[in-house]
Design a protein around this ligand. Structure first.
Ligand SMILES: [Zn+2]
Length: 239
């Protein structure tokens, strides 16, 4: 049985050290499940397994080095280096959501640091940012959508409002995408260029597929396989 877990998975201790979604601390899921399940059990962080899935069955089959970024309720990444999943000593490699994007930010992340990418640009952050702007009196159709209760504004509501051209919602999405673009540009120097069969770099620069994110629909577009470009930033399509 394979389990993909949202949160910090410590591979050395075989524990889920922290999962903000489930509010787990040092959760020993093996001990909990083994008496109930008759199969071998393995588990890891959800985004690392997403990268592994891409390597074994997806577009990653053609690449030995790539980074898979997962933006949802939180933000994480899985790093494939020389055809293998990078776990790090304790299994924390790829915690992309917790790089500091804004050192002056007063927004605290679930990891307790301030200004993490996840605190500024995740799905949860998008909803909270919209709520905070509405609380400061900014105009938006979201007020109607939430029935006047700002605390009920969800990421989906913000996405729908952005899709209908709502200025506040578009602004919140665009800002989140800018942060993600900055984050990706920080990752690029860590992404080695592809190696040939003898282990020599095939190019001087890393090859990264271009990404465009449509702020209205949330759709992402990735350039075709083989069409390489050096990554500069995420392009935001404005309405
Ligand atoms: Zn953090």
């Amino acid at each position: 049985m394979g389990i993909a877990v949202a949160g910090l998975v410590n591979q050395q201790k075989n524990l889920v050290e922290y999962s903000p979604v489930f509010d787990w601390y040092d959760a020993d899921i093996l001990e909990t499940l083994k008496p109930r399940v008759d199969f071998p059990i393995i588990f890891d962080n959800v985004t690392r397994l997403m990268a592994l899935g891409g390597l074994c069955y997806g577009k990653g089959q053609k690449h030995r080095n790539f980074i898979c970024i997962n933006v949802g309720y939180g933000i994480g990444s899985g790093i494939i280096a020389n055809g293998k999943l990078l776990t790090g000593i304790d299994g924390y490699a790829g915690e992309f959501g917790h790089i500091t994007i804004d050192k002056d930010s007063d927004i605290q992340c679930s990891c307790k640091k301030y200004g993490c990418l996840e605190a500024l640009a995740s799905g949860k952050a998008i909803a909270l940012t919209a709520q905070s702007r509405l609380a400061r009196g900014q105009k938006s159709k979201l007020i109607e959508d939430c029935g006047g209760d700002i605390s009920k504004v969800t990421t989906e509501m913000v996405a729908n409002a952005a899709n209908q051209g709502d200025e506040l919602a578009l602004n919140v999405f665009n800002r989140a995408m800018e942060y993600i673009g900055i984050g990706i540009s920080i990752l690029i120097p860590d992404c080695p260029p592809p190696l040939d069969e003898e282990g020599n770099p095939e190019a001087e620069e890393p090859h990264v597929h271009g990404v465009q994110i449509n702020a209205q629909t949330g759709d992402t577009y990735v350039s075709d396989e083989g069409e390489h470009c050096f990554y500069e930033s995420v392009t935001i399509l404005k309405p």
